[in-house]
Design a protein around this ligand. Structure first.
Ligand code: ARG
Length: 491
């Protein structure tokens, strides 16, 4: 379209405007390039609205039927890939209406009765976000399952547990992996929570104050599969908390994956050599023939920055906005779409990468007892024999200092030396074996094999429960976002 030419058709602003929009305004203002992703939600929202208008007698039943039939024709064009939008359409809402007018003519003008693009866009984006949250939950469950399977395949592998990235106490590899399953369990919970809050229909709030027609908000909400209707029209069109909730949930998923990534990067380095990443999930160097790089994990770490950025960006957009709708809110979509796409991409590649990891169990087990990682067990032994723990800590600390200075380990000490360190050690010896140390941490949430097994079973059950919740919601949403057979349309 040439500079400054009038647009015509269903341009939303109407008769008040004497001058056509400047091409630069048009380009700056338009959201078609990205909000076209909500085209199905937009059409479906209009179908629900016009059905309700017809049933309430706000428009004629024939008119409503004709509009609905036309909307499904636009839907068919979307499916066929022949529906096109241009910058002159401004946004997906106006674009769908413009195409509807091409198809069914002037009756189209009745569709927007008792509705504003403000409640329309909020409805579309909530519907879209619900679908996105379900996809994210599915991805989080897939990742949890991969971690659970890798843990189950390595039930007796010991490794150093770290604090300050210094070897601290031995733990089971499975226990370490289940820590991530715990994080992802909270993530799935947060996503479900975000879903619950997104699951509210703003449709019927109009531009900001409600509408003057006898609309039936419950009917449109039910038709679109929303669990509830919004309580306040100003809030409903001005609120993007549901976007922030989704972004926050994505950010935490990404943060958790970034932590796992960092560990895989460390563990696959020559310095650790705990794990080998499968060739199918590693990359080479264009100059160094020997290199094998953990790019998936590095990107998993790096993408978190991008997702967190979208959260911060949207928090900043929302900050200080007066009620109700402001065009600033159009900035909600690109960040949300990209955060969802990015998080889904991470959740897609991590499970297969994890499933093909190969752990060096002997090396991990050796590291688990190195660097005096069993010192706490020695102090615990004294404490169990009645020595106050602080004193026991002091005794064993001195022993560690002495061994370190002499370049020896606990395993090198003679019976006489043990007895001399403390009389208790004359008749009872602290564990020198990682599994003994691990088995001793037999408390709920601890690393003892039985506890880890129980935690694994509990987490697996949680994943199964979340899956059935998910499948129900997926089926319900798919039923909403489905074109009815042609003979059922507009009836
Ligand atoms: N493209 C707009 C958005 O994303 C749709 C709502 C426009 N509303 C308005 N009052 N201009 O927010």
């Amino acid at each position: 379209m040439s500079d400054g030419q009038a647009v015509g058709g269903t341009k939303a602003w109407g008769g008040r405007f004497a001058a056509p929009p400047d091409a630069r305004l048009e380009a700056f203002n338009a959201s078609v390039a990205f909000d076209v992703r909500m085209v199905r939600e937009d059409i479906r929202g209009s179908v629900a609205h016009v059905r309700m208008l017809g049933r309430q007698g706000i428009v004629g039943a024939d008119e409503a039927a004709a509009i609905e039939a036309g909307l499904w024709r636009v839907w068919d064009e979307v499916e066929a890939g022949t529906f096109g939008l241009t910058v002159a359409d401004e946004d997906v809402h106006t674009g769908v209406e413009r195409r509807l007018r091409d198809l069914v003519g002037s009756v189209t003008g009745k569709l927007h009765t008792g509705r504003s693009r403000n409640d329309q866009v909020a409805t579309d984006l909530r519907l879209w976000t619900k679908g996105a949250l379900l996809a994210l939950i599915a991805g989080v469950l897939d990742l949890s399952e991969a971690l659970l399977d890798v843990a189950a395949a390595h039930p007796t592998v010991a490794m150093p547990g770290y604090t300050h990235l210094q070897r601290a106490q031995p733990v089971l590899l499975a226990h370490h992996l289940l820590a991530y399953v715990a994080m992802l369990g909270r993530d799935a919970d947060r996503l479900r929570d975000a879903y619950r809050r997104a699951d509210v229909s703003p449709l019927g709030s109009g531009a900001l104050a409600g509408v003057t027609y006898p609309i039936d908000r419950d009917a449109t909400a039910a038709d679109l599969g929303f669990a509830d209707v919004s309580a306040n029209s100003l809030d409903a069109v001005g609120d993007r908390d549901f976007v922030l909730d989704a972004l926050h949930a994505c950010a935490l998923v990404a943060i958790h994956v970034s932590r796992l990534s960092e560990e895989l990067i460390l563990w696959s380095s020559a310095e650790f050599r705990y794990v080998t990443i499968d060739d199918a999930f590693a990359t080479g160097s264009s100059i160094m023939p020997q290199k094998k790089n953990p790019d998936v994990a590095e990107l998993g770490r790096g993408k978190a920055g991008r997702v967190v950025g979208h959260l911060v960006a949207m928090l900043t957009v929302a900050k200080g906005l007066p009620l109700a709708y402001n065009k600033d809110l159009q900035e909600d979509k690109e960040g949300l779409f990209d955060a969802v796409d990015t998080t889904l991409a991470v959740l897609d590649v991590f499970p297969p990468m994890l499933r093909t990891l190969r752990f060096d169990a002997p090396r991990m087990a050796a590291a688990a007892v190195a660097d005096f990682s069993l010192a706490t067990d020695a102090a615990d032994l004294l404490a169990r024999e009645g020595v106050p723990f602080r004193e026991a800590h002091e005794v064993v600390g001195r022993l560690v200092g002495r061994c370190a200075a002499e370049g020896r380990t606990f395993a090198d000490l003679s019976d006489a030396e043990w007895a001399e360190i403390h009389p208790v050690f004359g008749h009872r010896r602290p564990p020198l074996d990682a599994m003994e140390s691990i088995a001793a941490r037999d408390v709920p949430g601890g690393t003892a094999p039985g506890r880890v097994l129980a935690a694994h079973a509990a987490a697996s059950a949680d994943v199964a429960t979340a899956r059935s919740w998910l499948e129900e919601r997926e089926a319900a949403l798919a039923a909403v976002l489905r074109r009815p057979p042609a003979n059922k349309v507009g009836g």
